[in-house]
Design a protein around this ligand. Structure first.
Ligand code: CO
Length: 209
């Protein structure tokens, strides 16, 4: 005979989230009866968002876009590493198939990934993932060391990371090919502030090869 352990009876089934979902779907339909029907047929987003996985940086909400309007890729510390098949697949699909007009790399101040990259503690696999930020930290040691405040130094590293990832995206072969066939495409670098909810444009937009 199977014994059912007590705790098995109490497995949380996330009912509150399912209830939220039903309420959300109803709200969307009551505001626009054809909303889901339209999206079911196709997506035609104009933007690709490459952002951090941090739960406090929800892509669509920050820029007020509905489902279907923003193609999203998120990972720890918003990296765009030229050897990452996941990121590259997203980028190629967005550029070649969806033909997005803008790619925004969106970092955020107070990024735990950026902090973890340079705090000297060993964490395992994520240390490998964050390696590009450690390299960036060495490359810009001179500039960063001028900042005596630790938080200010990390914030600048967050910005430098975004700038580097913009460079990665813009130099990617799919993006270069899109430009060479005359496709309209811009790559932007932004940083989001957890403190006030505002995005700052780092003015590093690239629009051609
Ligand atoms: Co982060």
């Amino acid at each position: 005979m199977w014994l059912v352990p007590d705790h098995a009876m109490a497995v949380p089934m996330l009912d509150h989230l399912k209830a939220n979902n039903r309420a959300w779907a109803e709200r969307m339909v009551s505001a626009d009866a054809g909303f889901f029907k339209r999206l079911e047929r196709q997506q035609a987003p104009e933007y690709l968002w490459i952002g951090c996985s941090d739960s406090r940086v929800p892509a669509n909400e920050i820029v007020g876009l509905d489902p279907g309007e923003l193609f999203v890729h998120r990972n720890v510390a918003n990296l765009a590493p030229p050897q990452d098949a996941n990121y590259l697949s997203v980028l190629q699909f967005a550029v070649d198939v969806l033909k997005v007009k803008h790619v925004m790399v969106v970092g955020h101040y107070g990024c735990g990934g950026v902090r973890a990259a340079v705090d000297g503690k060993r964490r395992g696999l994520v240390d490998h993932w964050l390696h590009p930020i450690r390299e960036l930290n060495h490359e810009h040691a001179h500039e960063l060391n001028e900042l005596t405040d630790v938080a200010a130094r990390l914030d600048r590293l967050c910005e430098l990371n975004v700038i580097r990832q913009v460079k990665n995206v813009a130099s990617d072969v799919f993006v270069q090919e899109a430009w060479s066939r005359g496709q309209e495409l811009s790559v932007h670098g932004w940083v989001y502030s957890l403190a006030n909810g505002l995005v700052r444009d780092l003015d590093v937009t690239v629009t051609r090869p």
